[in-house]
Design a protein around this ligand. Structure first.
Ligand SMILES: Cc1ncc(COP(=O)(O)O)c(C=O)c1O
Length: 424
């Protein structure tokens, strides 16, 4: 019962199964192990650096920073982004026509789909996928076509690089039809931690050029890579002409709540995504755009881009030691701040009292529930990022976000050592 009488909510928001975030957050709140160590959702456990925080505080004191920004974004931020990315592109990016600011990467991607997808158009996404892609594609009537990243066959027995999650290019080529309008790529990848190699990107790019498919390259973790990182758009002029690159100041500057993102690409693609963005939210939050501009202007001189990589890699290595200790295999991330751990070796007690909404989901939901109840650590079941057909590929994995203070990581490790008694 909705309490609305005759009024029915739209199908796009009704009848959805309970989402993973509410299952995990409710479980965490109800766990006997309080306080829970929350390594579930990918938010930072610490603040942006002072030079960016101070810029936000100062922006709030300026009259023009508290009013509407231009719909395509504040000129200072567009310029700062164009300046920051031009060296990677090997040419000057035009801040007026090739960059548009959005309310987080998520709304940027919604704008891109709204700009190009007509009902019935197909969009290819790799599984596992960032869950928001689904509704963002479906809202304008797009049809989702999935292509799995295949986990390493030895994933349950030994640790290997996240690079080993592989694209089957024949499978990808078969997924392309005359209706395919866009493909979404995510590198560095959430939740796998894979950084697509140049060769893989070239093959994907080649297929897109051959079939005239727009590439939405979600590069929100672009400052967190531990192996060489290639940006899709920089591969060739033909690929660049079809590529919209997605960025997130929230991810770059440890400020996911600020909701500042952007899209970069050829002017004749960007003008339509800007138009969609104007319809969706008109413009994005002004003082925080200003602070992000300062972030981009000063990051290199402050050594921030180097330290962000160094700090996150240290966190990753610090945390993953516990899996080495336990003999639990994981996919060693090449980028980003998530790690997928294979918990095939954890034996869940036969008669464990899982609630129905967990018992009816794949094994990773039970593992995540069990971890919360028994050791007091919250993590995310990755089958949420799969269609039902391919969920079995990830049902032994659990995703941990390591963007937390070192003491929190140490506390998590202490608790996770408690899994020993449930292992074979
Ligand atoms: C792969 C991926 N894309 C996009 C986003 C959304 O970024 P934003 O917070 O800037 O909307 C996330 C956030 O978790 C993500 O993991």
């Amino acid at each position: 019962m909705t309490g609305l009488g005759r009024i029915k909510p739209a199908a796009r928001v009704s009848g959805q199964k309970q989402d993973v975030w509410s299952i995990i957050n409710e479980a965490a709140a109800a766990s006997p192990k309080q306080p829970i160590v929350n390594m579930g959702q990918g938010f930072f456990g610490y603040n942006p650096p002072d030079f960016i925080l101070n810029a936000a505080k100062e922006a709030l004191d300026r009259v023009e920073c508290n009013q509407y920004s231009p719909t395509k974004g504040r000129p200072r931020l567009k310029k700062a982004i164009a300046d920051a990315y031009s060296p990677f592109w090997g040419r000057e990016i035009d801040p007026e026509t090739e960059v548009t600011i959005t309310t987080g990467a998520n709304e940027g991607m919604l704008s891109a789909f709204m700009a190009f997808i007509e009902p019935g158009d197909e969009v290819i996404i790799f599984e596992p996928f960032f869950d928001q892609y689904i509704s963002n594609i479906e809202m304008p009537g797009g049809k989702i076509v999935t292509v799995p990243l295949h986990p390493p066959s030895t994933g349950a027995t030994r640790t290997s690089s996240a690079a080993d999650w592989a694209v089957d290019f024949e499978e990808l080529e078969k997924a392309i039809t005359p209706k395919t309008k866009m493909i979404v790529l995510n590198t560095p990848h959430n939740p796998v931690g894979k950084v697509f190699s140049k060769k893989e990107l070239q093959k994907i790019g080649h297929l897109c050029v051959k079939n005239e498919i727009i590439i939405l390259s979600d590069e929100v973790y672009d400052r967190l890579y531990y192996v060489p990182f290639t940006r899709m758009s920089t591969l060739s002029p033909e690929i660049e002409a079809l590529t919209i690159t997605v960025g997130s100041a929230g991810k770059n500057f440890y400020a996911t709540g600020w909701r500042v993102g952007w899209l970069m690409g050829p002017a004749d693609l960007i003008k339509y995504v800007s138009a969609a963005h104007t319809r969706i939210c008109y413009s994005s939050v002004s003082p925080l755009q200003e602070a992000c501009a300062v972030g981009f202007e000063q990051a290199s001189a402050q050594g921030f881009w180097d330290s962000t990589i160094h700090d996150m890699k240290s966190k990753m290595d610090r945390f993953n030691k516990v899996w080495d200790e336990l003999g639990m295999p994981y996919s060693d991330p090449e980028g980003g701040y998530f790690v997928l751990v294979n918990m095939n070796k954890v034996k869940l007690p036969e008669d464990y009292p899982f609630p129905d909404h967990v018992a009816s989901r794949p094994r990773d939901f039970k593992l995540a529930w069990f971890l919360i109840q028994e050791v007091g650590v919250a993590a995310i079941p990755p089958t949420e990022f799969y269609t039902d057909k391919n969920a079995h590929l990830a049902e032994d994995y659990v995703r941990f976000a390591v963007c937390k203070d070192d003491e929190v990581l140490e506390e998590a490790k202490n608790r996770l050592r408690g899994l020993k008694k449930y292992m074979e």
